[in-house]
Each structure stands twice: as C-alpha cells, then as structure tokens.
Design a protein around this ligand. Structure first.
Ligand SMILES: Nc1ncnc2c1ncn2[C@@H]1O[C@H](COP(=O)(O)OP(=O)(O)O)[C@@H](O)[C@H]1O
Ligand SMILES: [Mg+2]
Length: 246
C-alpha cells in the first residue's frame, strides 16, 4: 500500500507526519515499511531520523533498470525502530522532471519489496510528485488551521483532481489542530465543503524532542500525538486489504 503526504505549503508538518506515520505503521503492522524522501535537496527525512545514508533515491533511480527487488532493502538505511528509509541525495537539481518515468519504475520495484510505502512529497506538485500521487492508494493533503493553508488546500485539491487522482483517494489531514483558536474545525469543514479525515494535535515540545534525538515521536514520552499516530496507523493497516496496490 502506498501513502503519499503532500503539504499545502512548506512548514505544515508534511515530513513530521510522513516519518512518524511510517514509524508507527512499522510498529503496529510488523510488516515491511519504507519511507521515501521525494524532494530534491538535502533531505529532511534522513535528518528527522538521524540517518546518513550512502544510498539515496538518485542511486535507485539510476539503477532501477537492473536491480533485483529482493536486494533493495539491503541497500537502504534502517532506523533502529525497524523502518527502512530512502533518503534524498544532496542534490538540489534532482529528482527533476526528467526523472518522473524513473520514479514510476522505482515505485514498481519498491512495491514488490515493501508492504507499506510512505512518501514525503513536500509541498510542490511537480511531475515527480504527480507520478508518486498516481502510484498512491491514499494521498494525504496536509494543512494547518490557518487561512493561507486552507486557501492553498482548495487549490491543491483542484490541481490533484485535475491530474487525474480520484477524489476517493484524497484525505484531508489537519496538523497542529490545538492551534485552532481563530478557526474551529467545523468552520474549516464548512469552508472546504468536506470533512477533515485526520487530525494531529500541536505539541512542539514532543515533536522537537523527537527531531533533536532522531527518533519517532512515540519514543519520546507518552503524548496525545503518540496516540493519534497509533490510531492513524491502525486505520491504514485496516484499509490495507481493500487497496489495489496492497
Ligand atoms: N503536530 C505538531 N506540533 C508541533 N509542531 C509541529 C507539529 N508538526 C510539525 N511541527 C513542527 O513544524 C515545523 C515544520 O515541520 P515539517 O515536518 O518540517 O514541515 P514540512 O515538511 O511541511 O515543511 C517543524 O519545526 C516541526 O517540528
Ligand atoms: Mg518537509
């Protein structure tokens, strides 16, 4: 099953949600789980998990034509929580639009090696992220409860539908919900004309502590956020059986 997180703008928590959902999926499912950093640049996913890797998405892109899926996991970094990580290369120019067909090949390869693939697609709808969205069973649009984010969310929803992603694969995820003071969740749902599928509370102390030590949020201390990630992951495990890419 493939789950992609796409932010409605930078800083909404796309990487935080992708990494922690993947770690929690690994724990609750006991299955093979991979998180991929799809963004060009220095790579936050590796940073969030305190991992440095020799082998990056670009290596896989360049070798996907001849690699045996069975050997792929041995090339990737594994966090001590059991989660495999495909980090971004330190290259701000790639993946580029020319890599989109390669991303499709890589996804086909990885789907044979993992039960769950979680993608951090950043917050830009590029040809590479579009390819990842097409390969996804669920697309998590990540927003914060503020007006610019919600305006972007409407636009992003339209664009994602325009490139052919069916509405039933889209989920709206509100991160940092306890920051809701000006806008309530029901006001947000009214404005969007649809319900919010998942919510994650704001807990900067826990998120920052996890980030600083390179571990999932669940490892830091008992927290509301930890319970939310667990519920979220269990929901995905529950929906795994009915997905075409499972
Ligand atoms: N639920 C949350 N509660 C508190 N802080 C959060 C939460 N989610 C993310 N953050 C913080 O927000 C900032 C941006 O998060 P990040 O995951 O890097 O966003 P993005 O990938 O969308 O740019 C980070 O400092 C992170 O610690
Ligand atoms: Mg990010």
């Amino acid at each position: 099953m493939v789950i992609t997180f796409l932010g409605t703008k930078g800083g909404t928590g796309t990487t935080t949600l992708a990494v922690n959902s993947a770690a929690e999926l690994c724990r609750v499912s006991g299955q093979r789980v991979l998180v991929i950093d799809l963004k060009a640049g220095s790579g936050d996913v590796g940073l969030f998990l305190g991992l440095r890797s020799r082998y990056s998405l670009l290596d896989l892109l360049d070798q996907s034509g001849w690699l045996d899926p069975a050997v792929v996991p041995s090339l990737l970094s594994r966090h001590e929580c059991g989660l495999d990580v495909l980090v971004a290369a330190d290259d701000f120019a790639r993946p580029s639009p020319a890599d989109a067909p390669g991303i499709e090949r890589v996804m086909e390869l990885l789907r044979r090696a993992y039960d769950f693939i979680v993608i951090d697609a950043g917050s830009a709808l590029s040809s590479c992220s579009a390819t990842a969205l097409h390969a996804s069973d669920q697309v998590m649009l990540v927003a914060n409860p503020d007006v610019p984010c919600l305006r972007n969310l409407q636009r992003l929803r339209d664009m994602v539908r325009l490139i052919g992603i069916p509405e039933e694969r889209l989920r709206v995820v509100l991160n940092r919900t306890s920051d809701v003071e000006v806008l309530t969740v029901s006001q947000i749902e009214d404005a969007l004309g649809r319900h919010i599928d998942h919510r994650f509370t704001s807990d900067y102390r826990t998120v920052a502590a996890a980030l600083n030590t390179g571990v999932p949020v669940a490892w830091v201390r008992p927290s509301i956020l930890k319970g939310e990630f667990e519920r979220f992951a269990r929901g995905l495990v529950g929906s795994q059986a009915g997905t075409p890419h499972a």
